[in-house]
Design a protein around this ligand. Sequence first.
Ligand SMILES: [Fe+2]
Ligand SMILES: [Fe+2]
Length: 153
Amino acid sequence: MPKLSKAENAALRRLLAGVADHPEVQKMRGYTQHGRVSTYAHCRRVARLSFWLARRLHLKVDEKSLVRGAFLHDFYLYDWHDCRDITRLHGFTHPAAALENAKRWFPLNGTEQDIIRSHMWPLTLTHIPHRRESVLVCVADKLCSLQETAFAR
Ligand SMILES: [Fe+2]
Ligand SMILES: [Fe+2]
């Protein structure tokens, strides 16, 4: 995982206040994403990597929307390993499930919604990332998922 400075860690914590500590979001700790990584830990890693990439590449982004969208991108609260049918379709359907759930608990702006909706692209062909922030999360999610799966065994 990339290193954030002390100031960057504090900034990230501030940007995620009210989301990372929200009781519904905390429920993601109870679900497995990849290997031994909970969905909560996965979302936190994706948010950190997206933030790190934006800072190191000096990209002009809305940092608050970037990290909020990243933290909520897999906020669907079910175990996708449980059911064969869900497993088969999960890749296609979970962005919509996560978005619906996120909208129940948080007022989301257009960038945050686009991040969640398009994070599985190109698997979800028609949901192309429309914002710079969405492209970052799409890339960060794939990098984190690869690493979590590779070190799972
Ligand atoms: Fe996902
Ligand atoms: Fe993810």
